[in-house]
Design a binder for this molecule. Structure first.
Ligand code: V47
Length: 356
Protein backbone atom coordinates (compact mmCIF):
# COMPACT_ATOMS: atom_id res chain seq x y z
CA UNK A 1 0.00 0.00 0.00
CA UNK A 2 2.76 2.44 1.01
CA UNK A 3 4.66 1.87 -2.22
CA UNK A 4 1.45 2.35 -4.21
CA UNK A 5 0.93 5.73 -2.54
CA UNK A 6 4.57 6.60 -3.22
CA UNK A 7 4.05 5.84 -6.92
CA UNK A 8 0.95 8.06 -6.95
CA UNK A 9 2.85 10.80 -5.11
CA UNK A 10 5.57 10.70 -7.78
CA UNK A 11 2.96 11.12 -10.50
CA UNK A 12 1.44 14.10 -8.68
CA UNK A 13 4.84 15.71 -8.28
CA UNK A 14 5.50 15.31 -12.00
CA UNK A 15 2.11 16.90 -12.73
CA UNK A 16 0.70 13.70 -14.25
CA UNK A 17 -3.01 13.00 -14.29
CA UNK A 18 -4.44 10.37 -11.91
CA UNK A 19 -6.89 7.62 -12.86
CA UNK A 20 -10.08 6.82 -10.99
CA UNK A 21 -8.37 3.86 -9.26
CA UNK A 22 -5.47 6.04 -8.14
CA UNK A 23 -7.88 8.65 -6.79
CA UNK A 24 -9.67 5.91 -4.87
CA UNK A 25 -6.42 4.62 -3.42
CA UNK A 26 -5.60 8.08 -2.13
CA UNK A 27 -8.59 7.84 0.23
CA UNK A 28 -6.69 5.02 2.03
CA UNK A 29 -3.55 7.13 2.50
CA UNK A 30 -2.99 9.00 5.79
CA UNK A 31 -4.74 12.39 5.95
CA UNK A 32 -1.56 14.43 6.23
CA UNK A 33 0.08 12.63 3.30
CA UNK A 34 -2.83 13.53 1.02
CA UNK A 35 -2.89 17.04 2.47
CA UNK A 36 0.80 17.60 1.67
CA UNK A 37 0.30 16.41 -1.91
CA UNK A 38 -2.73 18.63 -2.46
CA UNK A 39 -0.92 21.58 -0.92
CA UNK A 40 1.95 21.13 -3.39
CA UNK A 41 -0.51 21.12 -6.31
CA UNK A 42 -2.27 24.21 -4.97
CA UNK A 43 0.99 26.11 -4.38
CA UNK A 44 2.25 25.14 -7.83
CA UNK A 45 -0.87 26.84 -9.22
CA UNK A 46 -1.32 29.78 -6.86
CA UNK A 47 1.82 30.16 -4.74
CA UNK A 48 0.96 31.70 -1.39
CA UNK A 49 -2.23 33.38 -2.61
CA UNK A 50 -5.61 32.58 -1.09
CA UNK A 51 -8.64 34.35 -2.49
CA UNK A 52 -11.89 35.77 -1.18
CA UNK A 53 -14.67 37.87 -2.71
CA UNK A 54 -16.79 40.71 -1.35
CA UNK A 55 -20.21 39.35 -2.29
CA UNK A 56 -23.90 39.35 -1.55
CA UNK A 57 -26.29 36.39 -1.78
CA UNK A 58 -29.91 36.76 -2.88
CA UNK A 59 -32.26 33.76 -2.56
CA UNK A 60 -35.39 34.84 -4.45
CA UNK A 61 -37.60 31.87 -3.45
CA UNK A 62 -37.50 28.53 -1.65
CA UNK A 63 -40.82 27.17 -2.92
CA UNK A 64 -39.75 24.16 -4.90
CA UNK A 65 -41.21 21.45 -7.14
CA UNK A 66 -38.18 19.13 -6.73
CA UNK A 67 -37.99 18.85 -2.92
CA UNK A 68 -34.69 16.95 -2.93
CA UNK A 69 -34.22 14.79 0.12
CA UNK A 70 -30.88 16.35 1.07
CA UNK A 71 -32.26 19.89 1.08
CA UNK A 72 -33.76 21.78 4.03
CA UNK A 73 -34.21 24.97 2.03
CA UNK A 74 -36.88 23.92 -0.51
CA UNK A 75 -40.51 23.96 0.70
CA UNK A 76 -43.71 22.82 -1.00
CA UNK A 77 -46.27 25.37 -2.18
CA UNK A 78 -48.43 26.47 0.77
CA UNK A 79 -45.78 25.71 3.41
CA UNK A 80 -45.66 28.44 6.11
CA UNK A 81 -41.86 28.64 5.75
CA UNK A 82 -42.08 29.17 1.99
CA UNK A 83 -41.25 32.58 0.51
CA UNK A 84 -40.95 34.27 -2.87
CA UNK A 85 -39.47 37.75 -3.03
CA UNK A 86 -41.10 40.40 -5.16
CA UNK A 87 -38.86 42.46 -7.42
CA UNK A 88 -39.47 45.39 -5.02
CA UNK A 89 -38.13 43.31 -2.10
CA UNK A 90 -35.05 42.39 -4.14
CA UNK A 91 -34.57 46.04 -5.02
CA UNK A 92 -34.61 46.89 -1.29
CA UNK A 93 -32.02 44.20 -0.50
CA UNK A 94 -29.66 45.53 -3.17
CA UNK A 95 -30.26 49.19 -2.26
CA UNK A 96 -29.65 48.49 1.43
CA UNK A 97 -26.00 47.68 0.63
CA UNK A 98 -25.18 50.12 -2.14
CA UNK A 99 -22.57 51.81 0.07
CA UNK A 100 -20.53 48.58 0.29
CA UNK A 101 -17.87 47.62 -2.29
CA UNK A 102 -19.68 44.46 -3.41
CA UNK A 103 -18.03 42.79 -6.40
CA UNK A 104 -20.30 39.78 -6.93
CA UNK A 105 -24.03 39.13 -6.53
CA UNK A 106 -24.87 35.44 -6.19
CA UNK A 107 -28.53 34.79 -7.05
CA UNK A 108 -30.15 31.37 -6.69
CA UNK A 109 -33.52 30.00 -5.64
CA UNK A 110 -35.56 26.89 -6.24
CA UNK A 111 -37.47 25.14 -9.01
CA UNK A 112 -40.37 27.49 -8.40
CA UNK A 113 -43.73 26.23 -9.71
CA UNK A 114 -45.43 29.57 -10.49
CA UNK A 115 -43.01 32.30 -11.53
CA UNK A 116 -42.89 33.14 -15.26
CA UNK A 117 -39.56 33.32 -17.15
CA UNK A 118 -39.98 37.11 -17.32
CA UNK A 119 -39.55 37.36 -13.53
CA UNK A 120 -36.06 35.83 -13.75
CA UNK A 121 -35.03 38.10 -16.61
CA UNK A 122 -36.45 41.24 -14.95
CA UNK A 123 -34.72 40.32 -11.68
CA UNK A 124 -31.34 40.27 -13.42
CA UNK A 125 -32.03 43.52 -15.30
CA UNK A 126 -33.05 45.16 -12.02
CA UNK A 127 -29.94 44.03 -10.12
CA UNK A 128 -27.72 44.97 -13.04
CA UNK A 129 -29.23 48.45 -13.25
CA UNK A 130 -28.79 49.04 -9.50
CA UNK A 131 -25.26 47.60 -9.33
CA UNK A 132 -23.79 47.77 -12.85
CA UNK A 133 -20.21 47.26 -11.61
CA UNK A 134 -20.90 43.98 -9.76
CA UNK A 135 -20.64 40.62 -11.52
CA UNK A 136 -23.93 38.73 -11.49
CA UNK A 137 -23.48 35.01 -10.85
CA UNK A 138 -27.01 33.71 -11.16
CA UNK A 139 -29.17 30.61 -11.53
CA UNK A 140 -27.87 27.08 -11.23
CA UNK A 141 -27.99 24.71 -14.17
CA UNK A 142 -31.07 23.09 -12.55
CA UNK A 143 -32.85 26.45 -12.71
CA UNK A 144 -31.73 26.96 -16.33
CA UNK A 145 -33.31 23.58 -17.21
CA UNK A 146 -36.54 24.73 -15.54
CA UNK A 147 -36.50 28.01 -17.51
CA UNK A 148 -36.39 26.08 -20.80
CA UNK A 149 -39.55 24.23 -19.70
CA UNK A 150 -41.53 27.31 -18.67
CA UNK A 151 -40.43 29.51 -21.57
CA UNK A 152 -40.61 27.00 -24.43
CA UNK A 153 -37.14 28.21 -25.46
CA UNK A 154 -34.07 26.03 -25.82
CA UNK A 155 -31.02 26.22 -23.54
CA UNK A 156 -29.03 28.43 -25.93
CA UNK A 157 -31.92 30.92 -26.18
CA UNK A 158 -32.51 31.02 -22.42
CA UNK A 159 -28.81 31.59 -21.78
CA UNK A 160 -28.58 34.30 -24.44
CA UNK A 161 -31.52 36.21 -22.92
CA UNK A 162 -30.03 35.95 -19.42
CA UNK A 163 -26.61 37.01 -20.66
CA UNK A 164 -28.09 40.04 -22.40
CA UNK A 165 -29.90 40.91 -19.14
CA UNK A 166 -26.62 40.83 -17.19
CA UNK A 167 -25.72 37.28 -16.09
CA UNK A 168 -21.98 36.72 -16.49
CA UNK A 169 -21.40 33.41 -14.69
CA UNK A 170 -23.55 30.50 -13.47
CA UNK A 171 -22.98 29.20 -9.94
CA UNK A 172 -22.02 25.54 -9.53
CA UNK A 173 -25.04 24.16 -7.65
CA UNK A 174 -27.37 21.32 -8.58
CA UNK A 175 -24.63 18.91 -9.64
CA UNK A 176 -24.95 16.82 -6.42
CA UNK A 177 -23.52 13.41 -7.44
CA UNK A 178 -23.95 12.54 -11.10
CA UNK A 179 -24.56 8.78 -10.54
CA UNK A 180 -28.17 7.95 -11.43
CA UNK A 181 -28.29 5.34 -8.61
CA UNK A 182 -27.77 8.13 -6.07
CA UNK A 183 -29.95 10.74 -7.79
CA UNK A 184 -32.89 8.34 -7.87
CA UNK A 185 -32.67 8.11 -4.09
CA UNK A 186 -31.80 11.64 -3.00
CA UNK A 187 -33.22 13.87 -5.74
CA UNK A 188 -35.49 11.79 -7.99
CA UNK A 189 -37.20 14.83 -9.57
CA UNK A 190 -34.00 16.65 -10.42
CA UNK A 191 -32.46 16.69 -13.92
CA UNK A 192 -30.01 13.85 -14.57
CA UNK A 193 -26.25 14.21 -14.19
CA UNK A 194 -25.95 13.88 -17.94
CA UNK A 195 -28.34 16.78 -18.49
CA UNK A 196 -26.44 18.90 -15.93
CA UNK A 197 -23.20 18.31 -17.81
CA UNK A 198 -24.89 18.97 -21.15
CA UNK A 199 -26.21 22.38 -20.01
CA UNK A 200 -22.78 23.25 -18.55
CA UNK A 201 -21.27 22.42 -21.93
CA UNK A 202 -23.78 24.65 -23.74
CA UNK A 203 -23.17 27.50 -21.26
CA UNK A 204 -19.41 27.28 -21.75
CA UNK A 205 -19.81 27.19 -25.52
CA UNK A 206 -22.11 30.25 -25.29
CA UNK A 207 -19.41 32.21 -23.50
CA UNK A 208 -20.83 31.81 -19.99
CA UNK A 209 -18.35 30.21 -17.61
CA UNK A 210 -19.68 28.32 -14.60
CA UNK A 211 -18.57 26.92 -11.30
CA UNK A 212 -19.12 23.28 -10.40
CA UNK A 213 -19.87 21.42 -7.19
CA UNK A 214 -20.16 17.96 -5.64
CA UNK A 215 -22.45 17.27 -2.69
CA UNK A 216 -20.76 14.51 -0.67
CA UNK A 217 -21.12 12.65 2.60
CA UNK A 218 -24.62 11.16 2.22
CA UNK A 219 -25.27 7.81 0.48
CA UNK A 220 -22.71 7.99 -2.33
CA UNK A 221 -19.71 5.67 -2.55
CA UNK A 222 -16.13 6.90 -2.91
CA UNK A 223 -16.13 5.48 -6.44
CA UNK A 224 -19.19 7.58 -7.31
CA UNK A 225 -17.34 10.67 -6.03
CA UNK A 226 -14.36 9.86 -8.26
CA UNK A 227 -16.65 9.26 -11.24
CA UNK A 228 -18.21 12.67 -10.60
CA UNK A 229 -14.81 14.39 -10.46
CA UNK A 230 -13.66 12.68 -13.64
CA UNK A 231 -16.86 13.66 -15.50
CA UNK A 232 -16.13 17.30 -14.59
CA UNK A 233 -12.48 16.91 -15.61
CA UNK A 234 -13.45 15.47 -18.99
CA UNK A 235 -15.87 18.29 -19.75
CA UNK A 236 -13.26 20.82 -18.66
CA UNK A 237 -10.74 19.31 -21.09
CA UNK A 238 -13.20 20.15 -23.83
CA UNK A 239 -14.60 23.55 -22.78
CA UNK A 240 -12.25 25.13 -20.19
CA UNK A 241 -15.40 26.77 -18.86
CA UNK A 242 -15.25 25.79 -15.16
CA UNK A 243 -13.70 28.50 -13.00
CA UNK A 244 -13.92 26.88 -9.60
CA UNK A 245 -14.89 23.58 -7.96
CA UNK A 246 -16.69 23.55 -4.61
CA UNK A 247 -16.91 20.31 -2.60
CA UNK A 248 -20.13 20.73 -0.58
CA UNK A 249 -20.26 18.67 2.62
CA UNK A 250 -23.72 17.35 3.41
CA UNK A 251 -25.64 18.90 6.34
CA UNK A 252 -28.33 16.38 7.34
CA UNK A 253 -30.34 18.41 9.87
CA UNK A 254 -33.93 19.34 8.91
CA UNK A 255 -33.69 17.21 5.75
CA UNK A 256 -35.36 13.91 4.81
CA UNK A 257 -31.93 12.33 5.28
CA UNK A 258 -31.53 13.54 8.86
CA UNK A 259 -30.85 9.97 10.04
CA UNK A 260 -27.45 10.13 8.27
CA UNK A 261 -24.43 11.45 10.18
CA UNK A 262 -22.92 13.63 7.42
CA UNK A 263 -19.23 13.46 6.55
CA UNK A 264 -16.51 13.44 9.24
CA UNK A 265 -13.80 16.10 9.45
CA UNK A 266 -11.23 13.68 8.04
CA UNK A 267 -13.51 12.76 5.14
CA UNK A 268 -14.11 16.45 4.37
CA UNK A 269 -10.39 17.27 4.32
CA UNK A 270 -9.49 14.16 2.30
CA UNK A 271 -12.20 14.99 -0.24
CA UNK A 272 -10.97 18.59 -0.49
CA UNK A 273 -7.41 17.37 -1.09
CA UNK A 274 -8.37 14.61 -3.55
CA UNK A 275 -10.51 17.09 -5.49
CA UNK A 276 -7.49 19.41 -5.85
CA UNK A 277 -5.33 16.51 -7.02
CA UNK A 278 -7.84 14.95 -9.44
CA UNK A 279 -9.10 18.19 -11.02
CA UNK A 280 -5.81 19.12 -12.62
CA UNK A 281 -7.53 21.36 -15.17
CA UNK A 282 -9.88 23.35 -12.90
CA UNK A 283 -7.98 26.37 -11.60
CA UNK A 284 -9.63 26.95 -8.21
CA UNK A 285 -10.94 24.90 -5.29
CA UNK A 286 -13.25 26.67 -2.89
CA UNK A 287 -13.44 25.95 0.85
CA UNK A 288 -16.98 27.31 1.27
CA UNK A 289 -16.83 28.47 4.88
CA UNK A 290 -20.62 28.57 5.26
CA UNK A 291 -20.81 24.79 4.91
CA UNK A 292 -17.44 23.92 6.45
CA UNK A 293 -17.52 26.49 9.29
CA UNK A 294 -14.82 29.18 9.16
CA UNK A 295 -12.50 27.06 11.34
CA UNK A 296 -12.53 23.98 9.11
CA UNK A 297 -12.41 26.15 5.97
CA UNK A 298 -9.25 27.69 7.37
CA UNK A 299 -7.71 24.23 7.86
CA UNK A 300 -8.82 23.27 4.32
CA UNK A 301 -6.42 25.93 2.99
CA UNK A 302 -3.69 23.44 3.92
CA UNK A 303 -5.54 20.68 2.05
CA UNK A 304 -5.65 22.08 -1.46
CA UNK A 305 -8.24 24.87 -1.27
CA UNK A 306 -7.18 28.32 -2.52
CA UNK A 307 -10.43 30.23 -1.99
CA UNK A 308 -12.77 30.90 0.96
CA UNK A 309 -15.70 32.35 -1.02
CA UNK A 310 -16.87 35.58 0.52
CA UNK A 311 -18.58 37.92 2.91
CA UNK A 312 -22.03 36.47 1.99
CA UNK A 313 -24.12 38.39 4.63
CA UNK A 314 -27.35 36.43 4.21
CA UNK A 315 -27.27 32.70 3.46
CA UNK A 316 -30.30 30.44 3.62
CA UNK A 317 -29.57 27.08 1.96
CA UNK A 318 -27.12 25.81 4.59
CA UNK A 319 -28.59 27.70 7.53
CA UNK A 320 -31.99 26.06 7.05
CA UNK A 321 -30.04 22.80 7.54
CA UNK A 322 -28.79 24.19 10.88
CA UNK A 323 -25.29 25.18 9.74
CA UNK A 324 -23.21 26.21 12.75
CA UNK A 325 -21.41 28.94 10.82
CA UNK A 326 -22.26 32.66 11.12
CA UNK A 327 -24.36 34.49 8.50
CA UNK A 328 -21.52 36.73 7.42
CA UNK A 329 -17.79 37.33 7.70
CA UNK A 330 -16.21 40.75 7.30
CA UNK A 331 -13.30 41.41 4.98
CA UNK A 332 -11.05 41.71 8.08
CA UNK A 333 -12.23 38.33 9.42
CA UNK A 334 -11.65 36.61 6.07
CA UNK A 335 -8.20 38.16 5.75
CA UNK A 336 -7.23 37.20 9.27
CA UNK A 337 -8.39 33.57 8.75
CA UNK A 338 -6.13 33.42 5.67
CA UNK A 339 -3.13 35.22 7.21
CA UNK A 340 -3.08 32.89 10.20
CA UNK A 341 -2.38 29.96 7.84
CA UNK A 342 0.68 31.72 6.39
CA UNK A 343 -1.04 32.48 3.10
CA UNK A 344 -1.58 35.90 1.55
CA UNK A 345 -5.19 37.13 1.32
CA UNK A 346 -6.15 38.38 -2.13
CA UNK A 347 -9.48 40.00 -2.83
CA UNK A 348 -10.84 38.83 -6.18
CA UNK A 349 -13.84 39.14 -8.45
CA UNK A 350 -15.87 36.18 -9.76
CA UNK A 351 -13.27 35.52 -12.49
CA UNK A 352 -10.46 35.54 -9.90
CA UNK A 353 -9.11 38.85 -11.20
CA UNK A 354 -7.28 40.51 -8.35
CA UNK A 355 -8.69 43.67 -6.77
CA UNK A 356 -6.24 46.19 -5.37
O1 V47 B 1 -27.09 22.80 -5.20
C1 V47 B 1 -28.42 21.85 -0.54
C2 V47 B 1 -26.24 22.05 -1.83
C3 V47 B 1 -26.01 23.79 -3.29
C4 V47 B 1 -27.67 21.03 1.30
O2 V47 B 1 -20.86 28.53 -7.43
C5 V47 B 1 -26.59 21.28 0.47
O3 V47 B 1 -19.65 29.87 -6.21
C6 V47 B 1 -25.14 20.51 2.06
O4 V47 B 1 -23.96 25.42 -5.04
N1 V47 B 1 -26.15 20.22 2.90
C7 V47 B 1 -26.14 25.28 -3.38
N2 V47 B 1 -25.33 21.03 0.83
C8 V47 B 1 -24.87 25.98 -2.93
C9 V47 B 1 -23.90 26.12 -4.06
C10 V47 B 1 -22.85 27.16 -3.99
C11 V47 B 1 -22.55 27.76 -2.79
C12 V47 B 1 -21.56 28.74 -2.76
C13 V47 B 1 -20.90 29.14 -3.89
C14 V47 B 1 -21.23 28.55 -5.09
C15 V47 B 1 -20.55 29.00 -6.33
C16 V47 B 1 -22.19 27.54 -5.17
O5 V47 B 1 -25.99 23.43 -1.93
C17 V47 B 1 -27.13 22.94 -3.83
C18 V47 B 1 -26.87 21.62 -3.15
O6 V47 B 1 -25.90 20.89 -3.85
N3 V47 B 1 -27.09 21.76 -0.67
N4 V47 B 1 -28.80 21.39 0.68
C19 V47 B 1 -27.41 20.47 2.58
N5 V47 B 1 -28.41 20.16 3.43
Amino acid sequence: MESEIEEIAKKIEKGERLSLEEGLRLYDAPLLTIGELAKKVKERLHGKKVYYVYNQHINYSNICKNLCKFCAFGKPKGDPQGFTLTLEEIEQKIKARLDEPIKEIHIVGSVQPDLPFDYYVELIKLVHSLRPEAIIKAYTITEIAHFTEISGKNTEQVLRILKEAGVQVLPGGGAEIFAQRVRQKICPRKISGEKWLNIAQIAHRSGIPTNCTMLFGHIETKKERLEHLIALRELQDETKGFICFIPLCFHPQNTKLSHLPGPSGVDILKTMAISRIMLDNIPHIKAYWVMLTPKLAQVALNFGADDLDGTIIEEKITHMAEAQSPQALTRAELESLIRETGYKPIERDTFFREIN
